[in-house]
Ligand binder design. Structure first.
Ligand code: PBG
Length: 326
């Protein structure tokens, strides 16, 4: 007879024991909810490819932020849909731009809500790319950094707590840190979309943010999904440049990258972006009656946390908050 008997099932006998030995727990503090703010009045446009998600004009966005806060969620991330787009994405850094005003209004209504401002140009450029183009349609790195510096400055001035550059320009964290520090915003943190992949999972977001590139793709700046080690290089550079948070995006098909990031840089808070396509696939299958939406959502979010994410940006934040009970 074998002694002792090895029986892993002893620890799975009932729910209480399983809860005692659970390695991963979701907490409401882990979640960030994205809000799309559109120029105009009394607008609440459902995003077709993202059931439950809307483009909201400012007064509705404030209501949404209040609802989110009352559910116990402590952080939102903002995306803007301007009235007019141009080659230089000027609405991104205009002091009366849609996100500048949204930050200011939301922070004055809800000072305790952490407002993360996504800093990118793609929602504001007529061509839909994340930076300034040369005459051949290539995204210019340095010229784009100059605009990101302005954008970060304006958002910080309006009261953003965290600036989240998502354009994958080289040196963007350093440029933004410099701009913030020179203007007295040393306390404003940077959450860098460090390892952001050129991903097909962003499709529904581009409907929501009206930010699909008019030509070409984002492969010359966003990462190639065949690479994982390169994510470590991107993160190392971001840490050197002064990033306070790192991010892996998308999340679900990139759990290996999340795990590598946490192992390599355990001392930097790590965010994972559970992106639009990951959300829409669950919603669609659920609408077909093919899966249990709630159970799948909990499993996916738990898997992202188990992989090593400290923070999860997700369109499911309100739904999971209702389950976790605020
Ligand atoms: C902007 C940005 C994108 C997302 C977040 N910030 C889109 C993109 O890079 O095309 C995608 C988020 C999502 O799919 O939920 N650069």
């Amino acid at each position: 007879m074998n002694f002792p008997t090895v029986r892993p099932r002893r620890l799975r006998r009932n729910q209480i024991i399983r809860d005692m030995v659970a390695e991963t727990t979701l907490s409401i503090d882990d979640f960030v909810y994205p809000i799309f703010v559109i120029e105009g009045k009394d607008i609440k446009n459902p995003v077709k490819s993202m059931p439950g998600i809307y483009q909201l004009s400012l007064e509705h966005a404030i209501e949404e932020a209040k609802e989110v806060f009352n559910l116990g969620i402590r952080s939102i991330i903002l995306f803007g849909i301007p009235e007019k787009k141009d080659e230089m994405g000027s609405e991104a850094y205009a002091e009366d731009g849609i996100i500048a005003r949204a930050i200011q209004k939301i922070k004055s209504n809800l000072p305790e809500l952490i407002v993360i401002a996504d800093a990118c140009l793609c929602e504001y450029t007529s061509h839909g790319h994340c930076g300034v183009l040369d005459k051949n349609g290539n995204v210019l790195n340095h010229a784009t950094l100059e605009l990101l510096k302005k954008e970060a400055y304006v958002y910080a001035k309006m009261g953003a707590d965290i600036i989240a550059p998502s354009g994958m320009m080289d040196g963007m964290v350093k440029a933004i840190r410099k701009s913030l520090d020179e203007n007295g915003f040393e306390d404003v943190a940077i959450m860098s979309y460090s390892a952001k992949y050129s991903s097909n999972f962003y499709g529904p977001f581009r409907d929501a943010a009206e930010s699909a590139p008019a030509f070409g793709d984002r492969k010359s700046y966003q990462m190639d999904f065949r690479n994982a080690n390169e994510a470590i290089k991107e993160m190392m550079l971001d840490i050197e440049e002064g990033a306070d948070f790192l991010m892996v995006k998308p999340a679900l098909a990139y759990l290996d990258v999340i795990r590598m990031a946490k192992d390599q840089f355990p001392y930097i808070p790590l965010a994972a972006y559970n992106v639009s396509g990951e959300y829409s696939m669950v919603k669609a299958a659920s609408q077909m009656g093919w899966i249990d939406e709630r159970a799948i959502m909990v499993e996916i979010l738990t898997a992202i946390k188990r992989a090593g994410a400290d923070i999860i940006i997700t369109y499911f934040a309100k739904d999971i908050a209702k389950i976790l009970g605020g």
